[in-house]
Write a protein that binds this ligand. Structure first.
Ligand code: F6P
Length: 671
């Protein structure tokens, strides 16, 4: 009875949600409660919680506009405080020992130093007031509890349930279902399957061991798992467990990505994972059909080839589509749920299946343990000790008050090379919005442009701009111990120390800069001084962790998920929908129809002359220029040949030589 399920409380964390019941809507005994003027509206029902989820959000209540956060006194105080901060320089602020003592925190070995942000104790006080005005804690609770806070899609946001324990006394229920119970059922299935594949009791169609994994997916169905894979590749335990296995990702619908992915793979030893929450994403589904054909071409057009070589990770609501594809939905379908957003899905089967197949389930479990640890820290630590909260509030401060438009993620760890790309989707798809939850246009800046590269590579690429061009807040991430350190004979420091010297030097260079006087003292000629002056005062934060293990990667995953949520909660956005990607998808579908007309000799007409000209040029150029290889193979030999897939020659590693060229044969219609 300690669970949340029996609670008959239905809370919505919007400050002034208004509930209206249309005359034809079913009525439930309920009462409205309001906590304070800006408090949480709570509906208490006398039925079970599942009743809550029968409520149709469109017809049972509507949102009335709520004042923009920019109209609050807390916001105004921060605006005038920003004016005061503009007068201060980081090189002076950094000399203050009290401030330095205040602006760092530590959790479970993770050390966050934010003394190089353009903040003071007063900034923190004001941000804390803003967080409380925006009901940050209440919104977090609603998320963890499973309220349908992604209300435009009528979905709960429960990526935290993906790493919850069965013993957890406060397990969220959605539509009457125990989410954690369901999560653990799928995890068990992943464990059994991955162990059977790794022990060889599940083999491919021709009896060979499945040792190559190709994960087909895009966006959140790709970036998180790839990031995780890159981290574990050189993690000592990961390296050992992955011996003899390969994992590749096929994401882009570009046929060249297929070519690169399949190069030198033996299909008889390859397991394909189709990762798509919706199982409808155009790019993924074409790549899925391409991989299915690749397998059929080698092993014959037998439904069993698909059943033995292709598995799916998709949402439960896509079950029919998975079955229709030919996948064994009883044994080879690893579900997740509509309450897991794509960019928040790496802890679901989306990450669990590929990672467990290559590294073993136990290592993936350690990732979950790390993420759970960060979830608990986020929920329970006071604001000043709460790493995701501090990072999120500083994001709000930098974007909305100091007016920085960008932010860069700079891991001083090669194994984190795909973290910037993961964060880019996580944050930009979540907070790249122009309206508040109640649909009003924001009149304040939200959502940074996120980019990054591992240090020190970035230093020899875009750091020139960071130091002398547009200022961009920087997040430095480093580790005390390397996954693999090296000490070259005759060197005073290890290679990891060399790397980390840069990690420590760059934030000070950005903060302090270098002025004309110093340059003069160094003998720099006068004419060069303007070119060599660094203004400094460029903010950054430094996150220092003990060592990049699976557990720490889990913490990093959850930390950034929560940072993104904090910013969205304070900005009053719905950070969990992504309607912005729909228009492009729809137009691409329209263009496909037009291209089909062009390919069969028709004239393409679009709704503007530029597009009409461009598309006709694309089709005509192909027809009139057969001097490149693609033109020859595609257009000389008739329709079937037109879509032939080329595979490389000379794959000597295979006992059975794959044919040099594959054609669609009889199953061309399935592509
Ligand atoms: O790009 C839009 C998007 O919906 C992302 O949010 C998602 O991660 C990606 O496409 C892939 O979607 P799916 O997993 O349904 O194939």
């Amino acid at each position: 009875m300690g669970l949340w399920r029996p609670s008959l409380l239905f809370s919505l964390c919007a400050s002034t949600w208004a509930f209206t019941t249309p005359t034809n809507a079913p009525t439930y005994p309920h009462q409205l409660k309001a906590r304070g003027t800006d408090g949480i509206a709570t509906v208490e029902t006398s039925k079970t919680l599942s009743l809550k989820n029968q409520i149709n959000y469109d017809s049972d209540f509507t949102l009335s506009p709520i004042p923009l956060v920019s109209t609050t006194s807390e916001w105004a105080a921060l605006i005038s405080h920003a004016d005061a901060i503009e007068k201060l320089h980081l090189k002076d602020l950094l000399q203050d020992p009290e401030r330095s003592e205040l602006l760092h925190t530590e959790h479970d070995g993770i050390f966050l130093d934010y003394s190089r942000q353009r903040v003071t104790a007063e900034t923190l006080d004001l941000l804390e007031s803003l967080a409380s005005k925006q009901q940050l804690r209440e919104k977090m609770d609603a998320m963890f509890r499973g309220d349908k806070i992604n209300f435009t899609e009528k979905r709960a946001v429960l990526h935290t349930a993906l790493r919850a324990r069965l013993e957890d006394p406060r397990r969220p229920f959605v539509d009457g279902q125990d989410t954690v119970e369901e999560v653990h059922q799928v995890l068990e299935k992943v464990r059994d399957f991955s162990e059977a594949v790794r022990f060889g009791s599940i083999t491919g169609y021709t009896g060979k061991q499945l040792r190559n994994v190709v994960s087909v997916g895009i966006g959140g169905s790709y970036l998180g798992p790839e990031f995780l894979h890159e981290c574990l590749k050189t993690e000592p335990e990961g390296m050992n467990s992955a011996l003899g296995y390969t994992l590749r990702f096929l994401s882009n619908v570009d046929p060249v990505d297929v070519e690169r992915t399949c190069s030198e793979l033996d299909p008889e030893e390859t397991l394909v994972i189709i990762v798509s929450k919706t199982f409808t994403t155009a790019e993924t589904m074409l790549n899925a059909r391409t991989m299915r054909q690749w397998l059929w071409d080698f092993m014959g057009n037998d439904p069993d080839v698909v059943r033995k070589h292709i598995v799916a990770c998709a949402s439960t609501s896509a079950t029919d589509k998975v079955r229709d594809f030919g996948i064994d939905t009883d044994n080879r379908f690893f579900q997740f749920w509509d309450w897991v957003g794509g960019r928040y899905s790496v802890c679901s089967s989306v990450g669990a299946v590929p990672i467990s197949l290559i590294y073993g389930f136990d290592l993936f479990q350690k990732v979950l343990n790390g993420a759970r640890n960060m979830d608990r820290h986020f929920l329970s630590a006071p604001l000043r000790e709460n790493i995701p909260m501090i990072m999120g509030l500083i994001g709000v401060w930098n974007t909305s008050f100091l007016k920085y438009k960008m932010r860069t993620t700079l891991p001083y760890a090669e194994a984190l090379l795909r973290l910037p790309a993961h964060i880019q989707q996580l944050d930009m798809e979540s907070n790249g919005k122009h309206v508040t939850r109640s649909g009003q246009d924001v009149d304040y800046d939200v959502g940074e442009v996120d980019f990054g590269e591992p240090g020190t590579n970035g230093q020899h690429s875009f750091f020139q701009l960071l130091h002398m061009g547009q200022p961009v807040p920087c997040d430095f991430i480093g580790f005390i111990k390397s996954q693999h350190d090296l000490m070259v004979d005759g060197e005073k420091l290890s290679s990891h120390d060399e790397l980390m010297s840069n990690f420590f030097a760059q934030p000070d260079a950005l903060a302090n800069g270098k002025n004309a006087d110093t340059l003069r003292k160094e003998g720099v000629p006068e004419w060069q001084i303007p070119h060599r002056t660094f203004h400094g005062n460029r903010p950054s934060m430094s996150l220092l962790l003990p060592k990049l293990t699976a557990y720490r990667v889990g913490q990093i995953i959850a930390l950034y998920e929560h940072r993104t949520a904090v910013q969205g909660f304070v900005w009053d956005l719905n950070s969990f929908d992504q309607w912005g990607v729909e228009l492009g998808k729809k137009l691409a579908a329209d263009v496909k129809e037009k291209l089909a007309v062009g390919r069969s000799g028709g004239q393409i007409k679009c709704d503007n002359p530029s597009s009409t000209r461009l598309l006709n040029h694309y089709v005509k150029f192909c027809e009139e220029n057969d001097d490149d290889e693609r033109g020859e193979s595609l257009f000389k030999e008739g329709k079937k040949e037109k879509f032939a897939v080329q595979w490389p020659k000379g794959q000597n590693a295979f006992s059975k030589q794959p044919p040099a060229t594959h054609h669609l044969k009889d199953h061309g219609k399935m592509l």
